[in-house]
Write a protein that binds this ligand. Structure first.
Ligand code: KG4
Ligand code: ZN
Length: 333
């Protein structure tokens, strides 16, 4: 008998549903909320309302694209946290309602664990233990992954997440929110050695990204006083220099972590894993003996397919939630 899981993701500003059958992704429907763009960041109240408005259509699309029927769903997996409370509540309530009405089991999923388990959607599959650098708009973590559901954080940010740094600096440079991918795109034609921004050094495997954002803010303020067109004239070099600084910071600690742990299987996950320089640096490490893993971009940014994969592994190990489960905005790995 095959196991059909419907998965729901609603932790931030993507409403997503997926159907996973025996650990294989049959559909992954994602609606990215563009309402936040004009505000320069995710507005939690608007995010939860948009999830509420779209969740039924997104789920129906996922079921249709999987070529299945509602009656064939055996279990429902949902993101319990971390994330925005109001957004999580929409997905959790939807999942509970479905599980109760259909009389099927409920599986709660940790969003950060799911980002890592996205590596098991497509070949090549990492082997245990491996390290995963999970870098998103909300998190920056180096995780030692010993098994599907056995993970330990060995380094993390003490302030801003890497994606947040990309987005906040992107905003200073005039990009709409979230500006990470645009900064990456403009950096492609720029000279990364043109401007030098200070890297915040913290002992151990932790990160700090708030200093570079402030350094860029003051640098731009000073330059704009001399030339009001400074950003427009130098946008490519500015992006390349900022990107280089952020990615070198991310990468140095990852190399340090791999050396310390004696692990050479290394993966990246989360929205910032879409960054072209981060990918390039990672693949270059293959020459130094690393085996590296990068999910398809569709599975790097927030999506329900990864929630379904985590749901599948929890189903197989018999880990179910009961109907009194509630969202946890600060759920730890
Ligand atoms: O994982 P994700 O979709 O959502 C969260 O859980 O936060 O990550 C979104 C983050 C945003 O900060 C976005 O700017 C960043 O990923 N991002 C990028 C790139 N594509 C997305 N950052 C740098 N370079 C990119 N190409
Ligand atoms: Zn995420």
């Amino acid at each position: 008998m095959s196991i059909n899981i419907l998965a729901i993701e609603s932790s931030c500003d993507e409403t997503s549903a997926a159907v996973i059958v025996d650990g294989r992704v049959l559909s992954n429907s994602i609606l990215s909320q563009d309402i936040h763009e004009i505000y320069g960041g995710v507005v939690p109240e608007l995010a939860s309302r948009a999830h509420q408005r779209h969740i039924i259509a997104v789920v129906e699309k996922a079921i249709r694209e999987a070529g299945t029927r509602k009656e064939r769903i055996d279990a429902i997996a949902f993101t319990q946290g971390p994330g925005l409370m109001g957004s999580l509540l929409v997905g959790v309530s939807f999942a509970k309602g479905w599980a109760m009405a259909a009389g099927i089991p409920l599986i709660s999923v940790n969003h950060m664990q799911a980002h890592i388990l996205a590596h098991f959607i497509d070949e090549p599959l990492p082997s245990f233990p491996f390290l995963c650098l999970t870098v998103s708009g909300g998190h920056t973590q180096i995780v030692k992954v010993s098994d599907y559901l056995d993970m330990e954080i060995i380094g993390e940010t003490r302030d801003d997440a890497a994606g947040e740094a990309f987005d906040k600096i992107g905003k200073l440079l005039g990009f709409p929110y979230p500006g990470g991918h645009l900064l990456d795109k403009y950096a492609g034609k720029g000279d990364a050695g043109r401007f030098v921004f200070p890297k915040t050094e913290i002992p151990g495997l932790d990160y700090s990204f708030s200093g570079i954002k402030t350094a860029v803010l003051y640098f731009l303020r000073d330059q704009l006083e001399l030339d009001a067109q400074f950003i427009e004239k130098n946008i490519h070099d500015l992006c390349a220099s900022v990107q280089q600084t952020l990615i070198v910071m991310l990468f140095d600690k990852l190399v340090q972590a791999a050396d310390q742990a004696g692990i050479s299987e290394v993966a990246i996950a989360g929205g910032v894993a879409a960054n072209s320089l981060l990918r390039q640096r990672l693949f270059e490490m293959e020459n130094s003996g690393w085996k590296v893993y990068v999910p398809e971009i569709e599975y790097c940014t927030d999506n329900a397919a990864m929630i379904g994969m985590a749901g599948y592994f929890k189903f197989m190990s018999g880990e179910f939630a009961d109907l009194s489960v509630t969202p946890d905005a600060r759920l730890q790995l």
